[in-house]
Structures are given as C-alpha cells and as structure tokens.
Design a protein around this ligand. Structure first.
Ligand code: ZN
Length: 277
C-alpha cells in the first residue's frame, strides 16, 4: 500500500472535528425530536446565538476557557472531547486506509458508533437517524471501490437484524414463560408494560453495523459487544446494584473493536481451527 499523503490525513482530521461539532448537535437534539438544522446553536444560559468564531471545534472551547462569551455559563467538556474524538477518527481512518471506500466506511461507522453510545448511555435510546440513516450511508459507501460490495453490505445488514431478532425472540419467549425472574421484571409488569429483552433500536443498529462490516463483522460485533457488556455489568450485578443495560453502548464498542481487530481476530481463530484438526 503506498504511503498516504500527510496533507490528506490533516484535512480528514479537520473535517472530522467539524463533523464532531455537528455530532454534538445531533446527540443533543435527536433524542428530543428537534431539528438539527434550525434554530442555530444557542447558549443554554443566556440564549444568545453562538457566533461562528465561538464555534470553532476544540479551539473556541479552549480560548473561551469553557465559558459562554456573554453570560459566562459553563460549556460542557463533552463538546471539545467529541470534536477531538471525531477528528482523530477521521485522521486515523485516512492514515490507515487512505482516501478510499474502506477509509470512508470506517470513519463513518466509528462516528455513528460514538453518537449511538452517547445517546444510548444518556437516554436509553438509539435515534433512527443513526441506525437507519447509518444503514443508508453504509449501503451507499458499498458502491465505492475498496470495501464491501453492495451485495455483501445488504447481506451484512440482513444478518445483523436477523441475529439480534433471534436473540430478542428467544429472550422475550423466556420472559413470557417466566423463565427469567427478577425485581426489575416485576416492576415492568406492574407498570403494565410488555417486558422485552432487546429494543428495536438495537436491531436496527446491528443492521447498520452489518451494512458497513458484512456478516462476519456482525458476528464479531455481537460477540465483543456482549463480552464487554458482561464485563461491565457483572460486577454491578454481583454488587446487587440494579442498572438498566444500554446495550447499544456495548454494541458500539463491539463494532469499533470489530473494525480495528476483526481481521486479525478471524485469522487467529482460523489458525486455531486448523491446528485443532
Ligand atoms: Zn450565555
């Protein structure tokens, strides 16, 4: 692979930081069913519209020392962190894959995964804009050279949806038969709600992941996502602290891990199988 022009990497990083600024708006407004186009961003403290020079990714937050220019209301550190993270994602994807379909797909998937993780952690929901919108992007990117083919993207999306549908169906069946019990379940039933193991948001999100990573990536994402979820929530369960599980957060972690380590992991597993014969 020829070395990537450093200017391309820098340009991708700057574009990523600007996209991160937009992602901040999406993460805040989509769960509230607000438009991300208008109104313009305003200070939550004094309501003043934020000027473009106070909205430069990362730099403005540093120059303003994390406070609104007019009223001095504090600005969350989440804003520059997300901008920085998406900048690093896009620079990293450009550096690793070069300007190609694979690079664009990796950058988009990691950006969407970050958005899903932030909204699911805070609101326990995955906006359709991320899952279905991301699915559309994944299918579109597959038409570019250097990544999945469109057929592989469609098969991956179907595999992602189907895999979690089976898990959900089995889990809900077990719930309905009373095979799963617990204090939390009793509360759900008391509230007159139908108990469920996985939300539709998780299913749509995995269809999105499949459109970027194909069916193998779906399996790795589900495996690594479940593993990281268990590692985080087992100590909580053992400590008898009840906490609802934002599964999308762990699927997002799994998807990024599959993106980074999917190929070496499959090679290692393949070698392991060969040895076992
Ligand atoms: Zn203000």
């Amino acid at each position: 692979m020829p070395p990537v022009d450093p200017r391309v990497v820098v340009l991708a990083g700057v574009f990523g930081a600007v996209l991160g600024s937009f992602l901040n708006v999406c993460v805040y407004r989509w769960p509230r069913n607000e438009s991300v186009v208008r109104p313009r961003s305003r200070c939550p403290g004094c309501g003043a519209p934020i000027a473009w020079y106070d909205n430069v990714p990362v730099l403005s937050w540093l120059l303003l020392r994390a406070r609104c220019r007019r009223c001095g209301a504090p600005i969350s550190v989440q804003y520059p962190l997300v901008e920085l993270a998406v900048g690093v994602i896009w620079a990293g994807a450009a550096w690793w894959f070069g300007p190609s379909g694979a690079g664009l797909g990796a950058a988009l998937l990691a950006t969407i995964a970050l958005g899903v993780a932030l909204t699911d952690a805070r609101h326990y929901l995955i906006p359709d804009e991320f899952s279905l919108g991301g699915l559309g992007l994944g299918l579109a990117v597959s038409f570019l050279p250097g990544g999945l083919t469109p057929v592989e993207a469609v098969v991956g999306a179907a595999a992602g949806f189907a895999l979690l549908w089976v898990v959900k169906a089995a889990g809900d069946w077990a719930l309905a038969r009373g095979l799963i019990r617990g204090e939390e379940l009793a509360q759900v039933l008391e509230a007159g709600e139908t108990p469920t193991t996985l939300g539709m948001g998780d299913l749509k999100m995995m269809a999105m992941v499949g459109s970027f990573l194909g069916w193998r990536g779906v399996l790795i994402t589900a495996f690594l996502g479940s593993l990281s979820g268990v590692l985080v929530f087992l100590p909580l369960l053992l400590a008898r602290r009840r906490a609802p599980v934002p599964f999308g957060v762990f699927l997002a972690i799994g998807a990024v891990a599959a993106l980074l380590f999917g190929d070496p992991l499959l090679q290692w597993y393949g070698a392991l199988l060969m040895k076992g014969r």
